[in-house]
Design a binder for this molecule. Structure first.
Ligand code: HEC
Length: 282
């Protein structure tokens, strides 16, 4: 029975894997983020650094229109002091929903929308993209590593490279990126069947940062890798500011259900203890 279930599960998974690979491949770097796994938690210092990167670099083009500014002070997030969040809000301009006019933001407002028309909003980007495909195979799988949204963002930020040999001049206004599979690929980089022969593709976002783009207050080295990891973690939190609450209540539920099972087992045993003896006689 168990074998049958296992076999059908494996074949169902195989079917899904096939279609996922067909979408094209990007190089996704696996990062052991602190928030992974059932007991993982966001590192507030990393989120603070990620907020700094977002503010100083990404917000020039990208918005975070679903994230409430006040969430920056809440448990499970960057946990900035209230005063600092107020000061942060003061630096932002939002459009008042009632008057339709621009005004200074308050912690009750959401982050502003994007500035660059072509730059997508990043509020849920970490959940909208998959860095890993398929449940198994080639060591890359969602089953053990998760969907890989923050890994995808990290890989795009660190994936800019010189144009490959098949297209030395690249594409005007686009940038070759090994971590980004959904962009344009010149015909000279495709095989006869039209499949890309290179990793990644061309993206419309110019490389947004290089080493030492920001100066971290906590002394962390501002390498491209560190800044990319921090901002990816921050964007994961932004897409699910209540992740810690969810994990905690899930854990409590499992504990309670476990306790309930034990009690039910004991009750059951006790209730039937007399009955079982008599059965033998009959
Ligand atoms: C100069 C403007 C600009 C800046 C600065 C910028 N971006 Fe972008 N970004 C874009 C544009 C334009 C796109 C759309 C690219 C495309 O679809 O080809 C984009 C796309 C993205 C995507 C989507 C990739 C995907 O899978 O679709 C992510 C993630 C992203 N940017 C993250 C960031 C982060 C993080 C920063 C800050 C470190 C940043 N960007 C800074 C302009 C910018």
């Amino acid at each position: 029975m168990i074998r049958k279930i296992a076999i059908s599960a494996v074949s169902a998974l195989t079917l899904f894997t096939g279609s996922a690979w067909a979408a094209g491949e990007a190089k996704t770097v696996d990062i052991p983020f602190s928030f992974e796994g059932p007991f993982g938690a966001f590192d507030e210092h990393q989120l603070q650094r990620g907020l700094q990167v977002f503010t100083e670099v990404c917000s020039a083009c990208h918005g975070l229109k679903f994230l409430r500014i006040g969430a920056l002070a809440e448990m499970g997030g960057p946990m900035l002091p209230e005063e600092q969040v107020k000061a942060y809000a003061k630096n932002l301009t939002v459009i008042d929903k009632e008057t339709g006019e621009e005004r200074t933001a308050t912690p009750a407002d959401r982050f502003p929308e994007n500035n660059g028309a072509a730059a997508p909003d990043l509020s849920v980007m970490a959940k909208a993209r998959a860095g890993f495909h398929g449940p198994y195979g080639l060591g890359i799988n969602q089953f053990f590593r998760g969907i890989g949204g923050p890994e995808h963002i990290y890989s795009v930020l660190t994936g800019y490279e010189e144009n490959p040999e098949c297209a030395p001049d690249g594409i005007d206004g686009f940038y070759y990126n090994t971590g980004f599979a959904n962009g344009a690929v010149p015909d000279t980089c495709k095989d006869e069947a039209g499949h890309p022969m290179i990793e990644g593709s061309w993206i419309a976002m110019p490389q947004p940062m290089s080493a030492d783009q920001v100066t971290y207050a906590d002394g962390t080295e501002a390498s491209l890798e560190n800044m990319s990891e921090d901002v990816s973690a921050f964007l994961m939190w932004a897409s699910e500011p209540k992740m810690m609450v969810r994990k905690e209540s899930g854990f409590k539920a499992v504990l309670l259900l476990g306790l309930l099972s034990v009690l039910l087992y004991l009750t059951n045993k006790r209730l039937w203890s007399g009955v079982k003896g008599k059965k033998k006689v009959a």
